[in-house]
Design a protein around this ligand. Structure first.
Ligand code: ZN
Length: 191
């Protein structure tokens, strides 16, 4: 790794993970304020990407069902997820292209893929954990609500997949991971 990348990585660690102030970063990296500002400029895209993930974390972190132990664990989870709906396969970019969300009255919804808890009942399993969370589009998240299990929701997700595919005029791939992982039938056969 060259020095520039090393400095950028260190800066992002200190700024976006440890959330140090400029003063603290100056001291930790032993550099001047001007150099800190320069690093900030050159890392702008990464910082705004990280901020988006932190906003998602902050929105949920005080819920009693939220089991991620800290931002780092949440970030790891987020990075491990495909950036498409776990149920119907749509990406946020494609969803926006259809303009389906333009008529939403709650303007906070449909802004990005939403954090979805796959298992929602019994109530004590309805948790935000590394294993139980996926990313879902607003349509699927809304439709599944908290009373349909993943196996049954597959029928609905196929319809939602058709809906997006028709709007986009091209076939969106239906994902398999969430159905394979959480299939109840499979669990029964395995037992
Ligand atoms: Zn979806």
């Amino acid at each position: 790794m060259n020095r520039k990348n090393f400095n950028n990585d260190t800066f992002i660690k200190l700024h976006s993970f440890s959330q140090l102030t400029y003063d603290e970063i100056e001291k930790a990296m032993n550099i001047s304020r001007a150099e800190v500002q320069k690093l900030y400029k050159s890392c702008k895209n990464e910082i705004s990407y990280m901020q988006g993930i932190r906003n998602k974390f902050n929105k949920k972190r005080f819920l009693k069902e939220f089991m991620f132990k800290d931002f780092n664990e949440f970030y790891d989870w987020y990075e491990s997820q495909p950036k498409s709906c776990c149920y119907c396969g749509i990406t946020q970019e494609d969803a926006l292209e259809t303009k389906v969300y333009d008529n939403l009255t709650r303007k906070t919804r449909g802004k990005s893929l939403e954090i979805e808890r796959v298992v929602t009942f019994p109530k004590e399993k309805n948790l935000y954990t590394y294993k139980n969370c996926r990313l879902a589009c607003h349509v699927c998240n809304n439709a599944k609500s908290d009373f349909i299990d993943v196996e049954d929701f597959k029928f609905i997700a196929k319809g939602i997949n058709d809906f997006w595919s028709k709007k986009l005029n091209r076939k969106i791939d239906l994902p398999t991971e969430v159905y394979d992982t959480f299939s109840l039938k499979k669990e029964k056969i395995d037992k």
